[in-house]
Design a protein around this ligand. Structure first.
Ligand SMILES: [Mn+2]
Length: 341
């Protein structure tokens, strides 16, 4: 919870109106910035340039932009700086980021105003470092929170802004599969306010599976370990990259929960996915019940959502232990929380 929680939207709007114009603003996205982070950044950047013409606004990302994110940036005429120096800016707005480790090697300067806009579950909340936050774990996407903020700022939703926000919301709601009525309402409002053709935004998001992803999916399948727990199937595997995509791929093959680890020199990343049925029937939460704990095992942090979560850390040699521990944690959770009839 932000310090000004409850008051946070109003406080944030007042702060932005007072401070953005004439300032240097960094819109900061996490590692491998996805469409939610990038779409949110593009939308805010467009609005700030329009409403606060004396502001210098820059989109920045830690380490890299995802392929889909790069495509959206190019299509909408934006650019992102890799690993910008945050001390060059007056205000830093973090988007879709719940813990400071998601922007390493960038160190957030805690003496500067940091605005946190995010929808993740985490126990190492970035919000605790800032006065201004707009966070809601129930929001389908950070883009949804940005849309609420833009409404408060009375910003005109242009076609570009609308496309960026729809891209962010569609992606994080698994193409609206997990969308709530509020999310549908926001999408409908954006379509009404702009002349956007929904189909053309979907086309922006299409991404052919490239060779390295195909190989990662197939290697993840080849190295699969299957753990049957009651009537649920939990699988673990390892790849050298594309762990999130491989984790999604294994879910499509039939697993209920997937955990895929990728190790790179001094860093291990574990990505997990869970099917909606196991969440609905048992209350399982992949971030809370697994990733936060195994994040510690690998010397780092974990977080995310109930159905999609990840952990990162430097203890590469603990990868196997962390995967075993994850299965044990799931087994234990399902013993205490059996399937509801
Ligand atoms: Mn997100």
């Amino acid at each position: 919870m932000g310090i000004l929680s409850g008051l946070s939207m109003k406080a944030l709007v007042n702060f932005l109106k007072k401070s953005v114009d004439g300032g240097k603003i960094l819109l900061l996205c996490h590692h491998n910035a996805d469409l939610d982070a990038v779409g949110s950044a593009i939308a805010l950047s467009e609005v700030f340039k329009e409403k606060f013409p004396k502001a210098q606004v820059k989109i920045g990302v830690a380490e890299s932009v995802s392929k889909a994110g790069s495509k959206l940036l190019a299509e909408l005429g934006h650019e992102a700086a890799i690993n910008p120096n945050p001390t060059d800016f007056d205000i830093i707005i973090t988007l879709d980021i719940s813990t400071p480790s998601q922007v390493s090697p960038i160190q957030l300067p805690l003496d500067k105003p940091i605005v946190v806009i995010d929808h993740h579950y985490s126990n190492q909340k970035l919000e605790q470092f800032t006065k201004y936050s707009l966070t809601d774990e129930k929001a389908a996407a950070t883009g949804e929170l940005v849309y609420r903020l833009l409404t408060e700022l009375k910003a005109k939703i242009t076609e570009k802004i609308g496309s960026a926000l729809i891209a962010s919301i569609i992606t994080d709601s698994a193409h609206l599969r997990t969308a709530s009525p509020i999310t549908f309402r926001i999408i409908a409002e954006i379509l009404e306010k702009t002349k956007i053709n929904f189909h053309s935004v979907l086309a922006l998001l299409e991404e052919p599976l490239d060779l390295s992803k195909k190989i990662a999916h197939l290697k993840a399948a080849q190295r699969l370990k299957i753990h049957r727990i009651n009537d649920w199937v939990v699988v673990t595997s390892t790849v050298s990259s594309h762990e999130a995509s491989a984790s999604r791929g294994l879910l499509q093959l039939g697993a209920d929960v997937t955990l895929v680890a990728a190790t790179k020199e001094d860093q291990v990343r574990i990505s997990g996915r869970a099917r909606p049925e196991i969440i609905q029937k048992t209350g399982f939460h992949l971030a809370r019940d697994v990733m936060i704990k195994i994040g510690e095992t690998i010397g780092g942090t974990g977080g995310g959502h109930n159905a999609a979560a990840a952990a990162n850390g430097p203890l590469v040699e603990k990868t196997e232990n962390a995967l075993k521990e994850a299965v044990k944690l799931i087994r234990e959770y399902l013993r205490i929380h059996p399937t509801k009839a």
